[in-house]
Design a protein around this ligand. Structure first.
Ligand SMILES: Cc1ncc(COP(=O)(O)O)c(C=O)c1O
Length: 463
């Protein structure tokens, strides 16, 4: 590196960070080379600035917890202070296991006590699955795009991640079968398939019933482990609930991951695994090495919050109502703000949608420009291990209110349009116009649920 002082060039002094890196570099384990930070976590610090409208995080709205639930929680903590402030069993407290069984039953899914392990959020569950199953170079199959928080975990364990495309009905099972056949030919076997079948993060799509059944059949035929990550299934805003992969599988090849983050409170950091006993036992040992047990105080809070199941169900109803409204506002705002050529998914539930921009745009670059307009999103590349997703972005609609969603999407639309204009100037082509909202366009409510929304091309002369 050189510094231009006007006349000559001098080597620039290394920065403190570079000096530190050089000092310790020889000590780092080889696996740290594969470690990278998650796109979402990097954005967390920036998006905490009050002037930034963040459509980036996956933050649930925790500001409306019912007062009766808060009362139950605070009395449980004072009544049960000794248990709340003490270490607990690695696998989690018995009453939390019971609460998990209640929550899983809401999705028509069962788990025996010996199959359950309480974890420090669903994130630790992903980590423990990898810790238990992945050696460097092992193949993990996943959807493309996949949960941006799982990407750094897979890479930290040096997995060879193969991402398979989805369409509006979820993971393409035909591509899965092709990939498995190809791996067979190479004499290789994937360690597991990681999937978020319901309201996928970040895609916003849901795997249909036919594909769920076929996936479970494949798992049985090939003894393929399937990791079903299911944080959003209870946040359905329309359409019929679908059976979980675990319920179709009967608990043989599916490792189910759950979390209280989106259906109670993310700050508790309580999630769980329901796995075949042998796998759960290894994961339990892995967890003891990581953190001995999940926070007892958080587990006491979960017990208290779920002690009145009807109250919790009403709370979930309110959350669904609020998020449905926010999703609709985001869909309407996108229609108004995005230029022709942009498409996005229309989720039936969950917290995210996935928008794809004209291919000449790069959302990583666009984010820097968007942050100057005080709005943030997750650039699509964070959801891939291999640099794909460059013209896509994940947008969250649960974490901010409807006014902010409108304004945030308006700002993103303005930045996208500006960048397209710049690109058009460079290559001398006319710029796609902002889509006019008129009666000729199908309203959001008439578009197929879960379908990719593709705007019609503007007719000549239309403004
Ligand atoms: C698919 C998926 N898995 C796991 C997690 C981790 O959730 P937590 O650690 O808060 O339980 C998230 C969070 O957004 C997620 O979307």
């Amino acid at each position: 590196m050189t510094v231009d002082d006007g006349n000559s060039t001098q080597p620039a002094p290394p920065s403190a960070a570079t000096r530190d890196l050089e000092r310790y570099a020889a000590l780092f384990a080889a696996r740290t080379e594969g470690m990278r930070s998650s796109a979402m976590r990097d954005l967390m610090a920036i998006t905490e600035r009050p002037e930034v409208i963040s459509l980036a995080g996956g933050l649930p709205d925790v500001s409306h917890m019912p007062p009766e639930m808060l009362d139950a929680i605070s009395s449980a903590i004072s009544r049960d202070a000794v248990r709340a402030l003490q270490y607990g069993p690695t696998e989690g407290m018995a009453k939390v296991h019971e609460a998990i069984q209640v929550v899983m039953a809401e999705e028509g899914t069962q788990a025996d006590l010996g199959e359950l392990l309480v974890t420090t959020g669903g994130q630790q569950a992903i980590d423990l699955v990898c810790k238990t199953l992945i050696d460097p170079g092992d193949i993990v199959l996943a959807e493309g795009p996949t949960y941006p928080g799982a990407v750094p975990t897979f890479t930290a364990y040096q997995a060879d991640v193969r991402q398979l495309e989805m369409d509006e009905h979820g993971l393409r099972i035909d591509l899965l079968e092709e990939t498995l056949a190809q791996l067979d030919a190479e004499g290789r076997r994937p360690k597991f398939l990681y999937t978020i079948p319901t309201f996928q993060n970040p895609g916003g799509v849901t795997m249909n019933l036919e594909r769920r059944k076929r996936l479970v059949e494949i798992a049985h035929e090939r003894e393929l482990l399937v990791v079903e990550d299911s944080p959003y299934s209870l946040l359905r805003y329309e359409g019929e609930a679908l059976p979980t992969l675990r319920s179709l599988d009967g608990g043989q090849f599916v490792i189910y991951l759950g979390t209280f983050s989106k259906i109670l409170a993310a700050g508790l950091r309580i999630g769980w695994v329901a796995a075949p006993r042998a796998i759960r036992q290894k994961m339990n040992i892995g967890k003891a090495g990581a953190d001995l047990c999940s926070a007892s105080i958080s587990q006491v809070v979960v017990e208290a919050a779920l002690s009145d199941v009807d109250l919790w169900r009403r709370y979930l109803d309110e959350l669904r109502e609020r998020y449905r409204g926010r999703r609709d506002v985001m869909l309407e705002s996108l229609e108004q703000a995005m230029p022709e050529g942009a498409t996005w998914t229309r989720p039936d539930g969950g917290l995210f949608l996935w928008a794809t921009l004209p291919s000449q745009l790069d959302t990583t670059n666009l984010l820097a420009r968007a942050l100057r307009s005080n709005v943030a999103f997750v650039p699509g590349r964070g959801a891939y291990v291999d640099g794909r997703g460059g013209n896509s972005m994940r947008l969250n609609y649960s974490g901010v209110d409807e006014t902010e969603i409108r304004e945030g999407v308006r700002r993103i639309g303005a930045v996208v349009t500006e960048q397209l204009e710049l690109y058009g100037d460079l290559i001398g082509e006319p710029v796609p116009q902002r889509r006019r909202v008129d009666h000729g366009a199908a309203p959001v409510a008439e578009q197929a649920p879960g379908a990719l929304v593709q705007f019609p091309r503007r007719r000549a002369g239309e403004r």
